[in-house]
Write a protein that binds this ligand. Structure first.
Ligand SMILES: CC(C)(COP(=O)([O-])OP(=O)(O)OC[C@H]1O[C@@H](n2cnc3c(N)ncnc32)[C@H](O)[C@@H]1OP(=O)(O)O)[C@@H](O)C(=O)NCCC(=O)NCCSC(=O)/C=C/C[N+](C)(C)C
Length: 376
């Protein structure tokens, strides 16, 4: 049945105690709106507290049926409209989405994410905290937010900071799209499956016999091994190209740019071209976000990101209104006017100052009034 919170979320519980969720908004690549976030949260809380439920799985509906697309992130068109209209639901969305991400990370039962097709932004937020993150040859994974004048949130600081070497900075700043191989190598997936296997795997969830979450996890692991799926432990880590890793180790964005310029390889030149398309302001913010997140617990990372997203849409410290925010401009260019020509402000990486970046990290709320104060 569809959730009472959203027609875009189908919720079912199999007789053997597996909660199954299907995102059903294929025309927007299953982009998440507030109703979908609430539907997921309510289902997950109910199943967490139901002793007869042993595991949960989530997938997306593609244009030709189940699978083929997981989730392209938060509904950026809604962000744009809501920011321009001063719609208070935007703030609720941010708080509730981050709380959902935290719920998934701390979920006491196996959470399986079938990450077939597009997995971006908020799609990473509802999968990276899972215990079994399944990718396929069709997976297109990214944290593309610098392309829309935003930053890799939904726990991006947490999971990007934990990638090997300086992969996290590379992915977060450039928004590069990766496939199954890189996702497995860099700790962003647990198992790779042929997409053709997914329908029977989904059905198998309803047949595995397990009377506890631990027994389910063991039975599922055995099923995937028999199916010949490739587990992350079996892989050697494929590093980022050495010149990219060295460049993204630099202390500042201009120093990263200079290092890529000096390296001059094809990979460095392509990476440099990507960086020059992104919001210069947000490149600086994202570098600081990932570096700070390395020393922080998940709940603190999400609180920091909640502060950052508030400043992104209310950039008073830059003397700008919500309508003049870098994010509203980035979404306009990508998904509203679709001219793909954002007018970033400042336009040049070298023109971003510390005084523009540092206030993003000052919380607009005292600790006792923070919207995510209860996360542990
Ligand atoms: C590269 C993408 C994913 C796919 O490109 P494509 O060419 O294969 O498909 P197309 O762009 O035509 O998309 C099909 C339709 O889906 C709509 N769409 C796609 N993504 C979204 C989205 N995130 N929100 C709303 N609608 C979306 C797209 O407009 C098309 O609709 P029409 O046919 O024009 O009616 C490409 O779609 C893309 O780059 N999408 C954006 C990806 C992105 O930036 N994701 C991150 C979003 S921010 C986020 O997730 C953070 C959330 C946290 N928080 C809320 C707290 C800020």
């Amino acid at each position: 049945m569809t959730s009472p919170w959203s027609d875009f979320v189908r919720i079912e519980r199999t007789p053997n105690g597996v909660g199954r969720i299907t995102l059903e908004r294929p025309k927007a690549l299953n982009a998440l709106d507030l109703g979908m976030v609430r539907a997921l949260t309510e289902a997950l809380r109910a199943w967490r507290d139901d002793p007869t439920v042993v595991a949960v799985a989530v997938r997306g509906m593609g244009k030709d049926g189940p699978f083929g697309a997981f989730c392209a992130g938060g509904d950026i068109r809604f962000f744009h409209q809501a920011a321009l209209a001063g719609d208070a639901r935007l703030e609720d969305f941010f708080t509730e989405e981050y709380a959902l991400n935290h719920l998934i990370y701390t979920y006491p039962k196996p959470y399986l994410a079938f990450m077939d097709g597009v997995v971006m932004g908020g799609g990473m937020g509802i999968s990276q905290g899972g215990r079994c993150r399944i990718v396929t040859e069709r997976t297109k994974m990214a944290m593309p937010e610098t392309n829309i004048g935003l930053f890799p949130d939904v726990g991006g600081g947490h999971f990007l900071a934990r990638c090997p070497g300086h992969v996290g900075e590379y992915l977060g700043l450039t928004g590069t799209v990766i496939g199954a191989h890189a996702a497995l190598s860099w700790g962003l997936a647990d198992v790779a499956a042929p997409s053709a296997d997914l329908p029977r795997a989904w059905e198998a969830l309803g047949t595995l016999s397990a009377n506890s979450p631990a027994a389910f996890e063991a039975a599922w692991a055995e099923w995937t091994r028999r199916a010949g799926w490739q587990h992350a432990q079996a892989r050697t880590v494929a590093p980022l190209a050495p010149e990219l890793d060295a460049a993204f180790a630099a202390d500042t964005v201009p120093a990263i740019v200079a290092a890529l310029d000096r390296a001059g390889t094809e990979a460095a030149t392509q990476t440099l071209a990507l960086l020059h398309q992104r919001s210069p302001l947000m490149l600086h913010v994202v570098l600081a976000q990932i570096r700070r997140a390395r020393g922080m617990a998940l709940a603190d990372v999400l609180r920091m990101e909640r502060d950052l997203v508030r400043h992104c849409f209310h950039p008073h410290h830059l003397g700008r209104t919500p309508a003049q925010s870098e994010t509203v401009e980035g979404i306009r260019a990508l998904a509203v006017d679709k001219d793909h020509a954002p007018r970033w402000n400042p336009a040049r990486i070298d023109d971003v100052t510390t005084a523009m970046v540092e206030p993003f990290f000052a919380s607009p709320w005292p600790a006792h009034a923070h919207p995510l104060r209860d996360l542990r």
